[in-house]
Design a protein around this ligand. Structure first.
Ligand SMILES: [Zn+2]
Length: 396
């Protein structure tokens, strides 16, 4: 299948003047965006199916997006990244415009650096790399296990190995920490990302995560979380940024964690929606509710396991179910990865595999320490493209 609309944004030569780079501003909605650029709302919103409509709600403030105009200033294409894997592609056809969700092409690099503590790890990492995100993932992962305030000394060592995505030669999306080491009072502390996607310390004990209860007791999962999936029947890219629990109408829904209700009302395709704000920037969302539990309103504090509402099928929903989402600082994450976390100690086969992985990581850490590897930004791309196409090569 040749998709003639798929083409590359070559930032060199002829197109350079027409590709505009924008930032999605706080409070901007997809519909406002369409209106602002005089793009037709019917084909680009009202005629979409519910999943695609839901996708349009995923645009977040601060995200960079691109608009390509032709010589007459007419918009030819728009690319709106929704997460690190999927983007909305709006493109001009003969008569109108079309909407599709397509994968984001990015390259991933493993990067590392070693540095010496100047003051807090946060400050040190910022100073070394200029990356708030790297500082964030470091402190977030050690937060529960170490006391940086009292036990850290100037000149102590810190090493990080992580995975970073690049798109158009620029850092893109949150880095993923693979291993980090920090020295405190002459003792080295490690954190490792294991093959199971969880973090463990040097003893193979899981570093505590955020614990969630199942929001509907005994319910079957009818649809899993996916940031991007090819739908074989519909022949298009879809995303499902939550988990669906099939349950009878009226089944109680409980708060997955303790927190404060930040929303309890109707909201577009979500129908009756409850949002709960938890510690550390986590938020859970419960959609399509038949009704809210009495007293569940904005500002109310709820305990984990407390009933907040009842299963229904309000909003854009095909039958009674709970659509459950977990977000961290606005970004959808897979609830199951965290839900199933109970502080785990690796044993047997798993422990053996972990020890092997740990050994490799320790060797890398030792090497970086020895070389005092400094932070380097990824090499610039030779050709820049968003959408994969013939002749569009990526390096990096
Ligand atoms: Zn759902």
């Amino acid at each position: 299948m040749i998709r003639i609309f798929f083409f590359l944004f070559l930032v060199t030569n002829l197109f350079s003047a027409e590709v505009e780079r924008h930032r999605w501003v706080n409070g901007e909605t997809y519909l406002v965006f369409l209106e602002k650029h005089s793009l037709p709302i019917r084909p680009l919103y009202y005629n979409l199916d519910k999943d695609d409509q839901r996708l349009t709600e995923e645009m977040r403030a601060g995200v960079h997006y691109q608009i390509l105009r032709d010589a007459n200033e007419t918009i030819q294409q728009v690319l709106l990244p929704l997460n690190d894997e999927l983007q909305i592609h709006i493109f001009k056809t003969k008569k109108s415009y079309k909407f599709e969700a397509i994968p984001i092409i990015s390259t991933t690099k493993i990067e590392s650096f070693a540095t010496k503590i100047v003051s807090s790890p946060n400050y040190t990492i910022m100073k070394e790399t200029g990356s708030k995100k790297l500082a964030q993932i470091f402190t977030a992962n050690f937060r529960n296990s170490l006391n940086f305030k009292n036990d850290i000394r100037q000149g102590d060592n810190l090493v990080m190995i992580y995975e970073q995505k690049y798109r158009l030669g620029e850092v893109f999306s949150m880095p993923i920490l693979h291993v980090a080491m920090i020295e405190m009072k002459k003792k080295k502390h490690y954190i490792y990302l294991n093959d199971d996607g969880r973090y463990y310390d040097e003893k193979g004990h899981e570093v505590e995560g955020f614990l969630l209860a199942r929001p509907v007791r005994g319910a079957r999962v009818s649809s899993y979380f996916t940031k991007r999936r090819w739908h074989p029947v519909l022949h298009k890219w879809k995303a499902h940024l939550g988990i669906d629990y099939a349950a009878r109408r009226g089944t109680p829904i409980v708060a997955a964690g303790s927190g404060r209700v930040s929303y309890a009302a109707r909201l577009g395709s979500y129908g009756n929606l409850v949002k709960i704000r938890h510690a550390d920037g986590y938020e859970t969302r419960y959609a399509h509710l038949k009704s809210f539990r009495r007293g569940i309103r904005h500002g109310k504090y709820v305990k984990k396991g407390q009933t907040i509402g009842y299963v229904g099928t309000t909003g854009r929903s095909t039958g009674p179910h709970l659509h459950f989402e977990l977000r961290k600082r606005g970004r959808a994450i897979n609830p199951l990865r965290v839900v199933q976390v109970t502080t785990k100690k690796l044993k047997g086969k798993e422990k053996k595999a972990f020890v092997r992985l740990q050994k490799n990581y320790d060797e890398s850490i030792a090497l970086h320490l020895n070389n005092q590897t400094s932070y380097k930004k990824g090499a610039p791309f030779r050709a820049k493209c968003y959408i994969h196409s013939l002749g569009c090569t990526q390096n990096g």
